[in-house]
Design a protein. Structure first.
Length: 123
């Protein structure tokens, strides 16, 4: 009896959970072959037409910059509204490289294409 009461309560709580709409918007810029220069402003864009109506997206998305196998990406934008479809970024001084990619992180993480960033420090 002692086991069934908490078990029944847990089942009741679990049945109240609602399905969540996971949105994985496609990043449209930058694309493969894009070359940025560090210190210059750029506008990252992504598709918004397929956003689920229940997704508020406000203050829940981030844009991260990663390079190669680097495990800790740099945060370029945080707490933004994913429904806007764009965000302005400035990449700080980085070593010049051809294996940079952006991660659009909201409900799920959406990796952008690999691109090049020309930094003040050559490779």
């Amino acid at each position: 009896m002692k086991f069934t009461t908490p078990f029944a309560a847990a089942l009741g709580a679990a049945s109240q959970l609602q399905a969540r709409d996971i949105w994985d918007p496609k990043m449209t810029y930058p694309t493969t072959g894009t070359v940025w220069t560090s210190g210059q402003p750029h506008t990252v864009t992504w598709e918004t037409a397929d956003a689920p109506p229940s997704n508020t997206g406000e203050g829940k998305a981030h844009i991260l910059l990663r390079s190669g196998d680097f495990k800790t990406p740099a945060v370029l934008v945080h707490d933004m509204d994913l429904r806007v479809g764009q965000a302005n970024v400035v990449v700080s001084d980085v070593i010049t490289g051809e294996d940079f990619s952006l991660i659009l992180f909201g409900d799920s993480d959406n990796w952008g294409d690999t691109s090049t960033i020309n930094g003040p420090v050559p490779t």
